[in-house]
Design a binder for this molecule. Structure first.
Ligand SMILES: CC(C)(COP(=O)(O)OP(=O)(O)OC[C@H]1O[C@@H](n2cnc3c(N)ncnc32)[C@H](O)[C@@H]1OP(=O)(O)O)[C@@H](O)C(=O)NCCC(=O)NCCS
Length: 376
């Protein structure tokens, strides 16, 4: 049993922000139909290609059924509208206006199926003066203040810095996921769908506590973290590596001072105590003391660590051309329903026959004819 069993998603997403949202829906059991143009969506081409496949697409495409469909072809466009009749969610992250040009905007789709939930992610939203701007993660990192904050936290006198993972795709992707799930709940009451419009910039702003610190205390969140007792928290060099630990005011700091046998904490005392010990020793001692602590681990260490193993956070995926690959697992552990993210990403058009047969009752001959005509 899965939490989203019976929910069908028509997934037009590309790049990262949209696909991470539908990846999680697939992991929770939704029937995610990834609809791609005949040339395939852009992350299929993201380097480096290994045996012709992009790690990016292999990561984001998991658990989805892959079909091709030319939405600019009138017959292809009609096929999409047929699919909408029996779908729960349409998800896209094109630049705003794209779906309207295809004749597939929310106003059209809700006439076909009033219960449809239409979710879209864009750089700046479907309203406002920046509506026409295209965007990727770094654009939204720049426009939300996040790149400035990275610099403020790490090297205040240096140039702005970009976070190494696509945080300004993932946060909007998860915001859209929350919006879709809320719209599904609301639909049980109203029997109507709705449009869920998420902007990358808004999603970032909405989760950044630094704006509150800035307006109330005139400093960013990380600068605030460097003040007072909290200042002795943070990254420290051990005799053989690095550890990170956190000392909030209160009993955790008291436990730490007791351990060190001091009445007051200074940077120097903490530096010296950590530097005289190995990383393993610091982690073990602080864990016993109750202080939040972690060694700074590289990616191999994370994958090998017993905690990630116990939580099944790396899964084996059997891909038809790649063979067995290792990918991150699904981080939400339900007590009653299964979450699984180990089905492989589809090859381009891999499920054309299965999906068009199952959802629209097309014969294999008809599907072959559509292929020959270039509709799929
Ligand atoms: C990511 C982005 C910059 C890419 O820009 P782009 O490659 O020019 O793509 P657009 O979304 O503007 O347009 C997609 C085009 O492909 C076409 N297309 C997409 N799927 C198609 C299909 N199945 N069949 C036929 N055409 C299709 C669209 O109709 C559109 O063509 P048009 O502009 O001629 O009407 C842009 O989509 C964007 O800003 N998205 C919103 C923000 C976002 O999510 N960014 C990605 C974060 S990782």
């Amino acid at each position: 049993m899965t939490a989203l069993k019976g929910i069908r998603v028509l997934d037009l997403t590309h790049a990262h922000a949209g696909p991470i949202c539908t990846l999680y829906m697939a992991a929770m059991g939704a029937d995610v139909i990834k609809i791609e143009p005949k040339w395939g969506e852009m992350t299929r081409m993201f380097p480096p290609l290994v045996k012709g496949q992009s790690p990016y697409f292999l990561f984001l495409g998991r658990g989805k059924k892959g079909v091709t469909l030319d939405l600019k072809n009138p017959e292809g466009n009609d096929i999409f509208k047929e699919l909408v009749k029996d779908a729960d969610v349409v998800m896209e992250n094109f630049s705003p206006g794209t779906m309207d040009r295809l004749g597939l905007g929310y106003d059209v789709l809700k006439e076909i199926n009033p219960r449809i939930i239409y979710a879209c992610i864009s750089g700046f939203g479907h309203t406002g003066p920046w509506v026409n701007r295209r965007s990727f993660d770094p654009i939204a990192q720049a426009a939300s203040g996040y790149m400035w904050l990275m610099k403020d936290a790490i090297a205040p006198d240096g140039p702005p810095l970009q976070a190494p993972e696509a945080i300004a795709d993932t946060v909007p992707g998860f915001s859209a996921l929350i919006g879709i799930l809320a719209a599904l709940v609301s639909r049980t009451e109203t029997d109507r769908g709705q449009k869920v419009d998420v902007a990358q910039m808004d999603a970032m702003i909405g989760t950044m506590q630094s704006f509150s610190f800035w307006n109330i205390a005139n400093m960013s969140f990380r600068t605030a973290g460097r003040t007072g007792r909290v200042g002795v928290s943070g990254l420290r060099e051990t005799s053989d590596g690095y550890v990170m630990f956190a000392l909030p005011p209160g009993r955790i700091t008291d436990w730490f001072m007791e351990l060190l046998g001091v009445e007051e904490l200074t940077q120097e005392i903490v530096d010296k105590w950590v530097k005289e010990r190995t990383t393993d020793d610091v982690v073990e001692t602080l864990e016993k003391t109750g202080v939040p602590v972690a060694a700074v681990m590289d990616l191999d260490e994370v994958q090998a660590c017993p905690q990630a193993k116990a939580r099944e956070m790396f899964v084996k995926v059997n891909h038809p051309t790649m063979g067995e690959i290792i990918e991150p697992g699904f981080p939400i552990k339900f007590s009653e329903t299964k979450g699984d993210i180990s089905a492989p990403a589809p090859l381009l058009g891999e499920h054309n026959v299965e999906v068009y047969k199952r959802l629209l009752g097309y014969s294999e001959e008809k599907i072959e004819e559509l292929r020959k005509k270039g509709v799929i």
